[in-house]
Design a protein around this ligand. Structure first.
Ligand code: AMP
Length: 292
């Protein structure tokens, strides 16, 4: 397969998109920070099923990293990414420099309240503002028909759905399922940071969360199951554990004592210097007396 065209300026990006629009093509966008893995490529393939032309963006967005976070050591491999994107059916790689996205004098921030406030938002207060700002820019730069995001970053997906609705951005947001390693570890560019012993401990997170899902679906108490999952993560060597939370699947609001509607269990915890996140759906239990 042909390698994607690599474009670095917004003007060049729009010139290519204008040609595609004149040809009547449907356009899909997959925003990424690069260091691509099978999870990202699955989103490109998903975008392909909805679109005639697929754009992947590669931009390690400084606005979503705090000063103490891993911006400088975030893995970067543009040539490798371009080759992988070719095999997944991507037509254009948009890889701007920070000065193209945030030129001198840049002064606008997009902030989504409510769904951003808790969990990742509480642990990383700058994070969703940076994500919302860059995603709003990318959507307005490309004006795609569809944009694809991973369920791996579940809260981010909900923030972006809210952003698009609230700002009337005419794009359909499509969610792609989390792609996992054979032992169930959610693929992540940050998995490259893990030492061999951390890598084997990392796989415990998905096992612990899946066990919690089974307990929740059997009608167990949310607080007790969250607590047990935290203890199990602690025993597996995760430290600190930022959160394990069971929330409403649509807006991440707190539930009552037990799961009585579609929910999600979400977790974030550290192994050494690497922060891992994961989440799973918790299916709706039939309401009592309603199980016809
Ligand atoms: P990132 O490069 O980590 O910012 O992620 C770019 C996009 O890929 C986001 O929409 C992520 O949710 C998605 N993504 C990351 N990891 C996975 C995965 N393991 N499976 C599916 N999508 C993923």
């Amino acid at each position: 397969m042909r390698e994607p065209i690599i474009v670095r300026s917004i003007a060049d990006l729009r010139a290519v998109i204008n040609v595609w629009r004149r040809e009547g093509r449907r356009i899909g966008l997959v925003p990424t920070m690069g260091a691509l893995h099978e999870g990202h490529l699955s989103l490109v393939r998903l975008a392909r099923t909805h679109s005639d032309r697929v754009i992947a963006s590669l931009f390690v967005n400084p606005k979503q990293f705090a000063a103490h976070e891993d911006l400088d050591r975030y893995p970067r491999d543009e040539a490798g990414d371009a080759a992988k994107l070719a095999s997944a059916g991507c037509d254009l790689l948009f890889a701007p420099q920070p000065a193209e996205m945030y030129p001198a004098g840049f002064a606008t921030a997009v902030s989504v309240s409510g769904v951003s406030d808790d969990l990742e938002g509480a642990m990383r207060p700058h994070f969703f503002g940076g994500v919302a700002t860059v995603v709003a820019k990318l959507l307005l730069q490309c004006l795609p028909d569809t944009a694809v995001f991973g369920e791996k970053d579940y809260q981010q997906l909900l923030v972006i759905r809210r952003l698009v609705r609230d700002l009337d951005i005419p794009v359909a947001i499509i969610a792609g399922p989390t792609v996992r390693e054979p032992d169930g570890l959610a693929m992540s560019s940050r998995n490259a940071y893990l030492s061999p012993s951390e890598r084997s401990a990392a796989a415990r997170m998905n096992v612990i969360l899946k066990r919690a899902v089974a307990d929740l679906e059997r009608g167990g108490e949310i607080a007790a199951i969250e607590h047990a999952a935290k203890l199990a993560l602690d025993e597996a060597g995760f430290d600190p554990i930022d959160y394990v939370a069971v929330r409403d699947a649509e807006d991440l609001s707190a539930l009552g004592a037990r799961v009585d509607r579609p929910a999600r269990i979400l977790a974030a915890a550290w192994l050494g210097a690497t922060r891992l996140i994961d989440n799973f759906p918790v299916l709706k239990r039939p309401a009592p007396g309603n199980d016809a």
